[in-house]
Design a protein around this ligand. Structure first.
Ligand code: C5P
Length: 235
C-alpha cells in the first residue's frame, strides 16, 4: 500500500484510500499503547489478532442485524470498510464496575450493575478524550437528539448480543467502547471490537483477557489475545 494513499495513522491502525472512492483499507499495526499513547510497545502478531477477533465479532453482529462498516477481510491484518463520516464520540457501555468508573467514584471493582451504564467521551487525542454529556453533545453539534438516541439504542443492542456471545466462551463482558459513523443518512457501527477496546474477564478466575494485561503488566498481551481468539473460535 503506497504512502500517498494514507488517510490517517492511528495508535493501532493505518487507514488508506481504497480503489473504490467510497471504501477505505484498515491496516492493523503490531503496536500497543496505553495512557493515551504515553506507553507504547511494538508487539509482533498483535495486529493480526486484533483484526481477526474484530472480524469475528463484527460478522456475528452483522448476522444479527447490526449494520457495520465492514466489507470484507483482505488478509489476516487488513480490512476493507465503507468510508463514513465518523462521529467524534467514544461510546462506552459498562456491565460490571472497573477501570475509570472505579477510580472516579472509589467503588469496588467487579460489581454487576443492575443496568448498563452508557458514557460518552469526545474523541480528541490532544484533549485526552474528555467526558462529554448529552446536552454538550447536542449543543456543540457533535450529534443531534435523534442521532444520539439511535446510537444509544444500537449500543444497547450490541451489548445484548455480545454478552451471550462472550459467555459462550466463558468470558464476562465487563465493558467496551464503540464508535459510529454516518453514510447515506444511515448510522452504522465503525472502528473495531477487540480486546484493545473492551474488558473481558474469564468467568471462573476473573482474570483479565484484554488490554488491561498490558496496562497493568499482568501478562503477555499477544499470548492473551491468542487465547481469546482460540476460545472464540473453538466452541
Ligand atoms: O478506562 P475506562 O474504564 O473508562 O474504559 C472503559 C472501556 O472503554 C474499556 O473497555 C476500555 O478499553 C475502552 N476504552 C477505549 N478507548 C479509550 C478509552 C476507553 O477503547 N480511549
Amino acid at each position: 500500500m503506497t504512502e500517498d494513499k494514507l488517510l490517517y495513522t492511528g495508535k493501532a491502525k493505518n487507514v488508506y484510500q481504497a480503489e473504490n472512492d467510497d471504501e477505505v483499507l484498515i491496516v492493523y499495526k503490531d503496536q500497543a499503547t496505553a495512557l493515551n499513547g504515553k506507553k507504547k510497545e511494538h508487539l509482533p502478531g498483535k495486529g493480526t489478532l486484533d483484526c481477526q477477533i474484530s472480524a469475528l465479532v463484527f460478522d456475528y453482529l452483522i448476522k444479527n442485524g447490526i449494520k457495520t462498516h465492514l466489507v470484507k477481510n483482505i488478509s489476516d491484518h487488513e480490512q476493507l470498510v465503507k468510508k463514513t463520516t465518523v462521529f467524534p464520540l467514544e461510546v462506552v457501555l459498562r456491565n460490571i464496575t472497573s477501570g475509570s468508573l472505579v477510580r472516579k467514584f472509589q467503588i469496588e471493582e467487579g460489581q454487576h450493575l443492575a443496568e448498563p451504564i452508557i458514557e460518552f467521551y469526545y474523541k480528541s487525542d490532544a484533549l485526552d478524550d474528555p467526558f462529554i454529556n448529552e446536552s454538550q453533545i447536542h449543543a456543540l453539534g457533535v450529534a443531534d437528539k435523534t442521532e444520539l438516541e439511535y446510537i444509544k439504542q444500537m449500543t444497547v443492542k450490541v451489548n445484548d448480543l455480545l454478552v451471550p456471545f462472550f459467555a459462550q466462551s466463558d468470558f464476562d463482558l465487563v465493558d467496551f467502547k464503540l464508535e459510529f459513523g454516518k453514510i447515506n443518512n444511515e448510522i452504522i457501527l465503525v472502528d473495531e471490537f477487540s480486546p484493545d477496546n473492551c474488558r473481558i474477564w474469564d468467568k471462573t478466575s476473573h482474570h483479565s483477557m484484554d488490554k488491561d494485561v498490558f496496562r497493568k503488566h499482568e501478562a503477555d498481551l499477544v499470548e492473551t489475545y491468542r487465547q481469546v481468539l482460540q476460545r472464540l473460535t473453538t466452541r
